[in-house]
Design a protein around this ligand. Structure first.
Ligand SMILES: Nc1ncnc2c1ncn2[C@@H]1O[C@H](COP(=O)(O)OP(=O)(O)O)[C@@H](O)[C@H]1O
Ligand SMILES: [Mg+2]
Length: 264
């Protein structure tokens, strides 16, 4: 298990107002190196928006996000560019470019560097494909030829192309069948163990959460109402936490919690 280190992501006093609605109200969150943090919250509570703000794709109405000591201000893209290669992002829907082959999708962040010869780019892509459990023969397929599970794997290979220290995952297992889910969880766990990757994932899936997360942050009432080790947070008597973890579907997952020494 990687050691938990210093905070590498800091969200401070963040407000988001969209279409006249307050989505985040003075939200604070720190993510430490080596953590696998699960962000949970109701549908529409602003989880995806928060991830997009973290990586500088959207601007908070107020407050700040700092990653690797660098303020993420979309008005200063050169600051973001300086640290951008240190994280990877897996978007909620995979977000592959439909007109590009699997190879070209994964190669995209590598080619953007403009420093690598093309044969090296191809070698790296094949390595990443292998890492996510896809075959070299998948490289020339188009996204429309892929199953949902394969799309997520290609999107993960693309997120890992630059060997990031930090990985953002938005609902990585949503819509996957149980076997694909398990493969995905195994992959993330191995990357975390072997590369010491820090992971920030939004998930509704309690199985994924209990199997992977070291810490959890609960988004409710427009802010992070609780964050900390999974075992501590599930015990907090907040209505959303009780409903989320101890509701009917949470009961089975709580059994899992007892089975997984990983998070204890
Ligand atoms: N560009 C936008 N303009 C107005 N409202 C938006 C916009 N993007 C998201 N929202 C609203 O913000 C809220 C949070 O969205 P989102 O971050 O996608 O939630 P989650 O990922 O937690 O389901 C939702 O109510 C959504 O409708
Ligand atoms: Mg979302």
């Amino acid at each position: 298990m990687p050691r938990i280190g210093e905070p590498i992501v800091e969200v401070a006093g963040l407000w988001t107002v969209l279409g006249g609605f307050v989505i985040h109200q003075d939200l604070n969150l720190k993510i430490r190196q080596g953590e696998i943090l699960a962000i949970v919250g109701g549908s529409g509570s602003g989880k995806t928006t928060l991830l997009r703000q973290m990586i500088g794709l959207e601007t908070p109405t107020k407050g700040s996000v700092t990653i690797f000591g660098q303020k993420m201000d979309p008005e200063h893209p050169e600051d973001i560019a300086a640290v951008r290669s240190r994280w990877g992002m897996l978007f909620q829907q995979g977000a592959l470019f439909s007109a590009l082959s699997v190879l070209d999708n994964i190669a995209l962040p590598l080619r953007e560097l403009r420093t690598l010869p093309e044969d090296l780019v191809t070698d790296i892509v094949l390595l990443k494909l292998d890492m996510v459990g896809l075959a070299a023969t998948d490289a020339n397929k188009m996204p429309s030829d892929l199953s949902g599970g394969m799309i997520k794997r290609v999107a993960l290979a693309r997120a890992l192309a630059l060997e990031p220290e930090l990985l953002f995952l938005d609902e990585p297992t949503a819509g996957l069948d149980p076997a694909s889910c398990e493969t995905f969880v195994g992959l993330i766990r191995a990357l975390h163990r072997e590369l010491g990757l820090t992971v920030v994932m939004v998930t509704h899936d309690l199985d994924t959460l209990f199997e992977l997360a070291t810490t959890v942050a609960v988004l409710a009432e427009k802010k992070v109402v609780a964050s900390g080790p999974v075992k501590e947070v599930v015990a907090i008597p907040h209505p959303f936490i009780k409903e989320f973890f101890l509701g009917e579907r949470g009961q089975r997952a709580m059994e899992l919690l007892r089975e997984y020494p990983f998070i204890v």
